[in-house]
Design a protein around this ligand. Sequence first.
Ligand code: SF4
Length: 589
Amino acid sequence: MKKLFHIGEYFQEKYSQPLQRIGIDLALGCPHRSNGGFGDGCIFCTEDGARARHLTRVGLNLVEQVACGIEYVKKRYGENVGLIAYFQSFTSTNAPVSRLRELYSLVLSQADFKVVIVSTRPDALPDEVLDYLEELNEKYELFVELGIQSACDRTLQEINRGHDFAAVKNACARLKKRNLKVAGHFILGLPGEDFNDWMYTADQAAALQLDAVKIHQLMVLKNTVLAQRCNQNSNYVKPLNEYDYAAALKSFLQRLPENTLLMRLMGDAPESELISPRWWMKKGQFLSFFKEYFYSDNTQNGNFVLTHTADGTPTLYHPRYRQHFHSLAGAGSEAEKKFAEPSALPERLQKSASEKRPLRLLDIGFGLGGNSFAALAHSEKVSGCALEITALEFDLRTLQAALNLYNPNSKEFNILQELINNGFCRCGNSEIKLLLDDARNTIRKLPEKSFDLLWLDAFSSDVNPELWSQHFFAECFRVMRNDGALLTYSSAPTVRGGLFKAGFTVGETPSFGRKRSGSIAFINMPQEGFVPLSEKEKHIIFDSTAGVPYSDCSLNAAPEKILSQHKKLVERLRRRGVPKWYREKTVKN
Ligand code: SF4
């Protein structure tokens, strides 16, 4: 599939008006669930079996459900809206055909429905039901929506679907033989599955020649077997964030035949019921992001994904680290609030100018360049000062991707271009030197006591522990002047523990875009306004395993090794009785 073809567009073209679904709950339960069709079933299924909530919570009968649904869609989408009868909840074919005939006829006699969608399981379609659906198909455009979820039998077993993929193939073949349209429902992110499994499912889905698909991310909802399993084992599923899911969805769709109708591309659930994944994008945001992403050639960009932050400035998402380069509270403001302001940068620039020496800044994790650009902007406001920035970056593709964020005539664009081409850029009295390598190698080659400021802006310590170990901090300590300061956005106890261990005095910086503060570290001369850590914070760092720093004594260990060694050390300490977290004792009277 090269072009997204939403079912709404198809209906609009065919009926010359938009169509909207009226969700109907026939209260037939599901043959796969215990307790008469309403007990345990698929592990992700909620108690209400995807019931149309706005109708059934108040116990409406079928006639009332239709009336209520029509009132809702007309109010929301206008009078000129056509109607789809959507038999949605549980298994809408779970009854003898005579009963189905009775219920469906009652619903369909209530309004001028153009389309009927029947949601069911592959193993709940006996021949007599197909006969009836064939009959309905003569009067309405009919889609049979089949729960498929995955083509991998081991997954179907794991999620307790109660049928295998052969049952899906069989149901599709029987439906197709009668010229009934089939929509397949798939979930990406099911337990034990990875990208290869999703692509296998996509290939199998393509072979089924489905007329439509409905795809969404796995959602862990409260009061489900899935939620219990995740509670018992935090690794049971790996929740997909927006970008993981978008990448998987794009590849999935690309394997489907052109003109497969798209019924749904993401799932959403009420905040109160959703455990994970908690996306920051709302439904509309995700769908417009996905549309842009689907048509973009993201291979040009090293797979970095452009995102707009709350202050309107753009940033990129890094798929390897599964993080954005900046806080979503504002890429533009972040450099100022997290680094320049708490460093007292203007005052330091003035002081160095009066001492007739350059101010030296080590920008660790240059990334998209935002921090260095903010520092340069400050240097332009202080007459007579010179700023020398040494920028450490691992991946040149980051700078190449950053070019997309700036106007080609802008100063930032030109600086990036110079750094990409020459590794150096002069800007008036100031300059930036780019050192491309693992920062652990580069920092060891830098002279000692040479930097006034170190701005540490690596990805977070749980994904990029190489740059947060006590041994890396020891190198930071070595290259920092005695009156210098190290700034970072992180307030993780393990990071602060590492800074202490390396010999720094550690304090707080104001928070920005999140509740927790950042950190500032000095060798022996805290600057004016220094906010020391609270006693409680110090106890957390020194008296619980939360403050155990990462260790990387050779400064070349793989991140996985650093994390696993850290985990083992924490487990050892826990066995010796060191608590996971420090809690203040409450004094009882
Ligand atoms: S088949 Fe559908 S209704 Fe039945 S348990 Fe599975 S998800 Fe729920």
